[in-house]
Design a protein around this ligand. Structure first.
Ligand SMILES: O=C[C@H](O)COP(=O)(O)O
Length: 357
């Protein structure tokens, strides 16, 4: 199940996001930066107000990568259920020294390392974090005005982050100026949670959160069991498609096809649950963005011998969304003599299939 982390400025907003269905209350002062820290006094007041109804996380601040500074700020917030620490742009050595200095604190509360998509993220630090006792890792963005997470990192890199975190036993989170259309694209990656601030306010990121905005985001994140219920829908589905999407890929079983890329064309047509007659928002529809992301992720996956493997992988990924009933995937190599050679497969979701990754 993917949970909703909502960033709030204090007790009042905590009440609003709890009422709106947030799973994590994340305390920060958005006026002070990406990880602008609320004071320990505001943390105490928020913990008292939340009173265990939700886990509360606190950010340590936009800090230099200096061990004594980071340890001091984290120590001041150990009362929180989670403390989020940014891995800001710095040398690998500086980041490593911060992680090492935090090791003793990992026994006192759950530590979450925050990578920044636009701040030189080094996912090779994930095993180091796991070994140092961190509870999780997430990706956020530093420059809130400069772009969304999904515009800064490719689906393949995000997917890699989530999978590596999971493999190491780290909870994974994705955030960064996310907007409603991003949700379905990130749900496919199955992180443990999605984080929001800007999308929860009616205006700028440092404006007040509103119940309506929190509810709107909540409604976009599938709840547990929803996938199984949705697959039981009957009747003719609607169709969504992506046609003739050409990308350079390393593919082929022959020696002359290795170490170089060739143009491959993808066409996908999916049968989805019927679109509701009153569908007017992105949450009500299955977006073709999800299919495009899946194709892009595949294209970044390194060498593949067979078009059949690509087609099967893509079909499996697309069927992981509970709204998709059946998918037809066509993969064509465009540079082998005839105009195109390739494969087309159709796969249908089995009744009772739960969402899978
Ligand atoms: O931890 C999550 C962040 O507060 C996300 O903030 P944002 O949605 O404004 O980028």
């Amino acid at each position: 199940m993917i949970r909703l982390l909502a960033s709030v400025t204090g007790p009042e907003e905590a009440e609003i996001v709890i009422a709106g269905g947030a799973d994590f209350v994340d305390l920060k002062d958005p006026r002070l930066g990406a990880l602008g820290a609320a004071t320990p006094a505001v943390l105490d007041a928020t913990l008292r107000a939340v009173a265990g109804r939700r886990p509360v996380s606190a950010v340590a601040g936009d800090l230099p990568m200096e061990p004594e500074v980071v340890v001091r700020e984290v120590t001041a917030r150990l009362a929180a259920d989670y403390v989020k620490i940014g891995l800001f742009p710095a040398s690998r050595e500086a980041r490593l020294s911060v992680i090492e200095a935090l090791r003793p604190l990992a026994a006192k509360t759950r530590l979450i390392a925050v990578f920044f998509a636009d701040g030189d993220p080094d996912f090779d630090l994930l095993p180091v974090l796991a070994e140092a006792g961190f509870a999780g890792a997430m990706i956020d963005t530093l420059g809130k005005a400069s772009g969304r997470l999904t515009a800064s990192l490719s689906p393949a890199r995000l997917w890699d982050f989530v999978r590596r975190s999971r493999g190491l036993g780290l909870m994974s989170g994705l955030a960064g100026s996310l907007e409603p259309p991003d949700v379905a694209r990130l749900v496919v990656l199955q992180p443990d949670y999605l984080g929001f601030r800007g999308a929860l306010t009616a205006g700028p990121r440092d404006g007040p959160v509103t119940l309506e905005a929190v509810r709107a985001i909540r409604a976009l994140i599938p709840v547990e069991g929803q996938g199984v219920v949705a697959t039981a829908a009957s009747g003719a589905g609607d169709r969504i498609f992506v046609r003739d999407f050409d990308l350079p890929l390393e593919i082929g079983a022959y020696g002359h096809e290795r170490g170089r890329k060739q143009q491959v064309r993808f066409s996908v047509e999916a049968e989805i649950d019927p679109i509701a007659p009153d569908a007017q928002s992105i949450g009500a529809v299955y977006s073709y963005d999800v299919i495009i992301d899946a194709i892009r992720a595949l294209a970044e996956g390194g060498h593949t011998d067979l078009v059949e493997t690509l087609a099967l992988d893509l079909a499996r990924t697309i069927l992981a969304d509970h709204r998709v009933r059946e998918v037809t995937v066509r993969v064509e190599k465009l540079e082998l003599g005839p105009r195109a050679v390739g494969v087309e497969i159709t796969r249908r979701r089995e009744a009772g299939d739960a969402d899978r990754n």
